[in-house]
Structure formats: C-alpha cells, structure tokens
Design a protein around this ligand. Structure first.
Ligand code: GRF
Length: 186
C-alpha cells in the first residue's frame, strides 16, 4: 500500500475528486491533506470527506517541520493539486521523482511563477490560443519545469471566456489526474 500526501492551497476540487476515486482502493492511502493556506476551502472539503487536513505556513515548510511530518507518517509520494507554494529543497531532496503536480495549461506554455489558477486561463484567452489543456509533471526546483508525464488537450473557441476555459480544463483534470496518479505511483 502506498501512502500519498495531498498538498493544496485553494478550493481543493481535485483533492476531493482524487479521494473519491481511490475510496475503495486498498493499494492507495491518502492519510491527510496539507495546505499552506489556513483559510483554503480544501479544509471544508476535508471535513466532509473525513480526512484530516493540516495548515503549515511557509516557514514550517522551509524549516523542515513539514518534511518531518511526512516522514513520521511514512509518506511515499506527494501529489500537488493546486498547491501554490514552491516545494522547498528539503522535501524535494527526500522525495526525488516522487512529487507530481498538475498544471492547468499545456506546458511549457503558460507556466512559471505567477502562472496559476485564473491567470493561466486569462493568458490563454488573451493570447488567442486555439487549444489549452492539462499537464501532469514531476516537480523539481523550478516552477513547472519538471519532466512531463502526461498532457491532455481541449479546444478553445474564439468566444470562450477564461471561465469557459477553466471549466474545460477542470473537466480534463477530474477525468485524468486520478488515473495518472495510479499509474505513476504503482
Ligand atoms: C487546478 O486547475 C490545478 O490545475 C491548478 O490549480 C487548480 C486547483 O483547483 N494547479 P482545485 O483547488 O483543485 O479546485
């Protein structure tokens, strides 16, 4: 059985989708959710899902407290689902090729610092892209630059608003992210 920690900073709809997907799968255990945001809606979802969620502020990631907690709990793998803090070196070094992220665009386009959430979809529309999608990738020391594992595309129509693009991208995330986690972790 693999122990997977979920990291999230915002709404947590992917976290919820992942936990529901693996609910009856005894090979995968999601013992808790970690957030760097005390007020994130993911904590509400966690309560409903009856999964503990913890708030770790930035300093506690950087001083190794978060890592110690992961190691104490025998975490094998980390999944970032809308996690906005840069993963500190102490965690990266302890989990080489064992941290994956989902990015709501087709990297290497529309990635890097500041390219998250609605900023990504606004940039896609402003750039008159005809397609967008998701990228699931390993996490390294640079934002959105780790090795790409999987991408899926959706069409962007000239009439699409950033919200329309976000909805299409979320649909792809819900459809593919759990499946890819399963393949990568096993
Ligand atoms: C997703 O679009 C994900 O790709 C991005 O942040 C968003 C998180 O959404 N990294 P949610 O918190 O899972 O609802």
């Amino acid at each position: 059985m693999k122990n997977i920690a979920l990291f999230a900073s915002g709404s947590g709809s992917n976290v919820e989708n992942i936990i529901r997907y693996f609910k009856d799968d005894t090979n995968f255990n999601f013992p808790f959710i970690i957030s760097n945001n005390r007020d994130a809606f993911v904590h509400e979802r966690a309560k409903k899902l009856q999964v503990p969620s913890f708030f770790y502020k930035k300093e506690r990631f950087e001083n190794g407290e978060a890592l110690a907690f992961l190691l104490e709990n025998k975490i094998d793998f980390i999944v970032l689902a809308g996690f906005l803090l840069k993963v500190p070196d102490n965690i990266l070094q302890s989990y080489p090729n064992k941290i994956i992220n989902i990015h709501p665009a087709l990297l290497p386009k529309f990635g890097g610092k500041g390219m998250y959430g609605s900023h990504v979809h606004e940039a896609v529309v402003a750039n008159k892209e005809t397609e967008s999608g998701i990228t699931i990738h390993y996490v390294n020391e640079n934002y959105d630059e780790g090795q790409i594992i999987f991408q899926a595309k959706c069409e962007v129509l000239p009439t699409d608003t950033p919200e329309d693009v976000a909805a299409k991208v979320h649909e792809l995330e819900y459809r593919y992210f759990p499946e890819i986690i399963k393949n990568v972790v096993m």
